[in-house]
Each structure stands twice: as C-alpha cells, then as structure tokens.
Design a protein around this ligand. Structure first.
Ligand SMILES: *Cc1c(COP(=O)(O)O)cnc(C)c1O
Length: 379
C-alpha cells in the first residue's frame, strides 16, 4: 500500500467493533480478568487502550515501525525516549533542538545525573567516549532548519555502543529515520499528525523488540499515555496528514520565493538552504522536502514586532504543522529556555522570526506578509 492508503486504511474497518468506519473512542480505565493471573489483551488504560492502540498501529504502518507508543504530548515522547538513559551516561544533542527538550535536559537530566552536551560537530566526530549512551538529533533542526546526516550519526553511534534518537516532528513524511537505522524515532503528534491545533500528543517508535518492550513498560511507569479522546483526534488527523502536508509544502515553496526577493528579509533559513553539503544530505535522506517551516532574520530597516502584530492570517503563537499559519519569535517563545548567551552562540537572534505555514491559500498568505512588511518599514 502507498502512504496515502496506509494513512486511511492502516486500521481496517473490520478491526473496529460493529465494523464501524471510524475507530470509536473507548473509555474504560480498567478491564476485568477472566480469572486471577489471566489478564486479557487490555488491563489498564495507562498501559493500553483500544482507541490508542488503533492510533499506534496506524503509526507503525505509516512510519514503518514495529512498535509504537503514544504519549500525552511531544514532551511526553521525549521524556519517554530519554528515560532509556541511565545516571552517569551522557547524551549528545545536535545544536538548536526544540526548546522544551533543552529545558528537559537542564531541569531533569541534570538533577538525575545524566550528562548532556549540545554539539554542532556531530557529523565530524570519529568516536564517542564510553559514557555516551545516545545521540539525539532533529533534522531539520528548530528554528534554524539545519540538516544532520542521519546515516552518518547512526554509523558513529552504533560503532560506539550508543543508540540514536531522532525527533522527526518536522518531516513526518518523506524522511524515515527508522529506515536509515535510527533506534528510536519520536514525534510531537500535536503538530503535523493532529494538524488542527486542538490536541496534544506524541509517539515513540522503534524496530527493536527489546527497546519496544522497554519503552512500553516505561510509558506505563511514567503515566504519560495518550488519552482515548486525543487518540481519536490523532487517528482522525493522520488520515489527512499527507493532503495537508502537500498543501503546506506547496505554500511554503511560494512563500520562500517571495521572501527571497524581499528587502525586509536579511537572512533566510529553510531545510537544505544552509550549504551545498546540507542540501545534498537533505536531498538524499528526505528527497529534499522543504517541509512547512521557514525562519528569517529581519532587516534593521524594519520593526519585527510591528511586522508580527500587523499580520492578519498568521497568528503569533507557538506550534507548527497545523492547518492554520502561525508566526513565532523564537527568542521569547520556543527558545526562551536557552537563555541569551546560548542563543547568541547558536545564532538565534532577536530579529529571527519563524513561520509555520498552514493550508490557507498561498497567494492570500503572501499578500498578508507583503502588507505587514509595508506596515513594519521604519521611516
Ligand atoms: C512541539 C515540539 C515538541 C514538543 O511537543 P508537544 O506536543 O508540544 O509537547 C517536540 N519537538 C519538536 C520538534 C516540536 O516542534
């Protein structure tokens, strides 16, 4: 089956109770055992729920995973994946990871003695010290859209007894970290999977049986399972994910061309745009997919605050991947947790804005941007 069919038909009607066309919302916190020590397939919602399982089965089909576990948010998925690490081990993060992941490292990992480093040179490392338990990557990264060579990182980690965790939220289609050898792939399902700005969710996937069992057990222990109603919304979102993503990419292409030639844009960041090397790597591992996020630094001749407030179709809000277009100011929003010094080191400037492009008409979005640029020009 091709991807668009899998998105809709991964859970077949026949698997649903009463052959319902959609998987119903199954509300039951606990399930009776036939006799003592004879549990059925479902025991307790924190571990497993029929609606959530239908979502997880669909995720397995779509992402080519053998095991998937749904969590209450993307941060839940990140917490779950990083719970595979032990005290004394170290995680190497690629630079400019999601702000919440960095906050997790600072607030949780430091407390429990798991070391971490943010590295901009992962691809050029020849070996890893023995305490490195995992390399954690996001490609394209957030908000600067830098590309990391997934295969290279996998080879490096596996030669050094470390696992690779990839946050693939930005490329839910066209790039499969698991197929490229990554051990654990995770997503904030809040973004492209749900797609309508109405529910939080996350997924953690793997093809490794032992890791799959461990992740399932940790999910049950942490108490971060996705709720049945949200599982239903995610299943519903998944069905149109490719239709939406294709429309978002088409809009993003048009907006990229518009921004390239506008004098208000001082520097533009897009997937594969940083260098010829990154372009080639992104072409090889993601078919060069542009995705639906762009960032840019605004010229000093323009006021970035006035620009953002002047937009009518882009709301100033965190998040991305939904049908509605959003604009975010990373320095005070998604990447506030980095602190000023680290932001300066990584290159997240105060005049950097991130656009999350939705499914509205592309020409309307461009007209809105043009109007706001005109209003934001300093006299
Ligand atoms: C939003 C996001 C997260 C966190 O997901 P939530 O569902 O908001 O908890 C993690 N990683 C990336 C890349 C994100 O964009």
């Amino acid at each position: 089956m091709k991807i668009q069919t899998k998105l809709i038909k991964a859970v077949h009607t026949k698997q649903n109770p009463y052959s319902a066309i959609t998987t119903p919302i199954f509300l039951a916190s606990t399930y009776a055992q036939g006799e003592i020590n004879k549990p059925g397939e479902f025991e307790y919602q924190r571990g497993k729920n029929p609606t959530t399982k239908a979502f997880e089965d669909s995720i397995c089909a779509v992402f080519g995973a053998s095991y998937a576990h749904a969590t209450a948010s993307g941060m839940g998925a990140i917490t779950l994946a990083l719970s595979l690490l032990k005290t004394g081990q170290k995680v190497l993060f690629c630079e400019n990871i999601y702000g919440g992941t960095f906050r997790y490292a600072k607030k949780i990992m430091e407390n429990i003695g798991i070391k971490y480093e943010l590295r901009s040179d992962l691809e050029s490392l020849e070996s890893l010290s023995s305490d490195v338990g995992a390399i954690y990557i996001e490609t394209p990264s957030n908000p600067l859209l830098n590309i990391t060579d997934i295969k290279k990182i996998v080879a490096l980690a596996h030669a050094n007894n470390a696992i690779v965790i990839a946050d693939n939220t930005f490329m839910p289609l066209f790039q499969s970290p698991l197929a490229l050898g990554v051990d654990v792939e995770l997503h904030s399902a809040t973004k492209f999977i749900g797609g309508h700005g109405d529910a939080l969710g996350g997924v953690v996937c793997t093809n490794d049986k032992a890791l799959g069992a461990k992740i399932g057990s940790l999910k049950n222990t942490l108490g971060i399972a996705l709720a049945p109603f949200d599982s239903y919304l995610m299943l519903r979102g998944l069905k149109t994910m490719k239709l939406r993503f294709d429309a978002q990419i088409a809009n993003t292409k048009k907006i990229l061309e518009f921004l390239k030639s506008h004098e208000a844009v001082q520097k533009l960041y897009f997937a594969g745009g940083a260098s010829e090397h990154e372009r080639a790597v992104h072409e090889a591992q993601a078919g060069g997919c542009l995705g639906a996020v762009l960032s840019f630094e605004m010229s000093e001749k323009y006021c970035y605050k006035r620009f953002a407030s002047s937009l009518e179709l882009f709301d100033i809000a965190s998040s991305l991947g939904g049908v509605e277009s959003l604009i975010c100011h990373p320095a005070t929003m998604s990447h506030a947790s980095y602190g000023e010094q680290l932001r300066a080191k990584i290159g997240i400037k105060d005049n950097l804005l991130r656009l999350a492009i939705g499914c509205e008409d592309g020409e309307d979005l461009i007209a809105d941007l043009a109007k706001a640029f005109a209003k934001a020009k300093k006299s």
